[in-house]
Ligand binder design. Sequence first.
Ligand code: AMP
Length: 543
Amino acid sequence: MLGLMQSQPLLISNLIEFADKHHTDTEIVSRRVEGDIHRYTWSDVARRSRQVAHALDGMQLAFSDRVATLAWNGYRHLELYFGVSGSGRVLHTLNPRLHPDQVVWIANHAEDQVLCFDMSFLPLVQAVHARCTTIRHYVALCDADKLPADSGIPNLISYEAWMGKQPSHYTWPTFDENSASSMCYTSGTTGNPKAALYSHRSTTLHAYAAALPDVMGLSARDSVLPVVPMFHVNAWGIPYSAALTGCKLVFPGPALDGKSIYELMEAEKVNFAAGVPTVWQMLLGHMKPAGLKFSTLKRTVIGGSACPPAMIHAFQEDYGVEVLHAWGMTEMSPLGTLCTLKNKHLALPKEEQMAIRLKQGRCIYGVDMKIVGDDGQEQPHDGKAYGDLLVKGPWVVREYFKGEGGNPLTADGWFPTGDVATIDPDGFMQITDRSKDVIKSGGEWISSIEIENIAMAHPAVLMAACVGMPHPKWDERPIVAVVKRPGVEVSRDELVKFYDGKTAKWQIPDDVVFVDAIPLGATGKMLKTRLREQLKDYKLPTV
Ligand code: AMP
């Protein structure tokens, strides 16, 4: 017997119509590429998304055609999120930090029909357009009078001229909620990037889950600043969860330096922010020497790579901001776990709470996970046994776009994340490494993240990356590459000594190598493959 409730497909257009109706006058504030601050409301986002939908219809785009963006976090990008997907097309957020050749490869692979881009990326579009074989229309996200006369880009039009004159009423189409809504290519550190193709259903379910109290806990009372880019994994789903909860959104545009972010947070009374550790490092680096404090910020989600303990500590102890450590991946829309304490943890001493906060957190309802050993056997949840982390759920990929790479799932339907983790009896998962970065020493595994976290707690260390080096007896031994804080000195021996008592003796790195910078990929993660290449002539000390 089927239930007798109404069957309404979960569509992204419902989210924006809801925000229009119930959060009509809540503000969306954006720092624009032009440098000024733009403000309007959810009602304006909805109206202009409908105009975008009309404009796409006018281009004769078919259902599921891809519309690409190269854009910062801003109001026009938000309108495209809803207008493109809501009208049945697929929003393809391109990562502007990728090498131009990769942008070309990805745009061609996705068969993008339209490319909408912020003016900061005009030189990139000029460099790639001749090789993007499927793009028929180029739209510059600017006013008509800002359009360059001689860009060399065929049929270039301004966004405002394109959508601004369209009717503000639009009947959003109704279709299968499993239809594709947006796509994002993985970082592709090995081989060609592959695309996760999200659906209206997966995006809506993820938006509900992300807003839950023990996840991001978003509400109509919040002022939310997503520093995490809308060009990578939909800014962790915040644009959708924001429409669902009616929170105020504050977009930083291209200005991601500490000073600009701090000023925007203060001016717009931001109480919730989300970003990767490198961005928060810039923010804290700006605030500390100037003796600045937050007047409204209360919580921040940090994820994308492991959040160093020193950062969690600084946010909490120096600034009174709760850090919510989160883990996920492109293939998971992206949220998988978030670290919020349980009631029983609240009475624990601060150091014990800190040890929990360092973990990547508990499963969000909708995601299931397990860890398995080399033999595929499930490992116990004792916080010690580690294994390959497998996940499943309604917002986890089943297959990549165009079937690239074949079936990614295990025989029993789990998605292997490529991460190695432990899970404790309370269900808190802790990533110890990417499986390819784990250091295998004398038959034991050393977590590169743990080694990095210890180095990062030293006041002279700005950034640290631990990699394994071949060793004749132990297979591999860890060394740590360190970027020093400007103006602060520290010696190799001092840093090696700093590990005493902080980790098992055999896990202490054999050496510290000082470098000017740690190579970062297009999504801000450390590129250890490149670091290893840079260190190819390095020899371990022979002691
Ligand atoms: P991406 O698909 O580019 O978002 O990268 C996903 C990968 O980033 C994961 O598989 C992890 O290896 C890493 N990652 C994301 N969040 C965290 C975190 N909080 N701690 C450690 N690694 C993380």
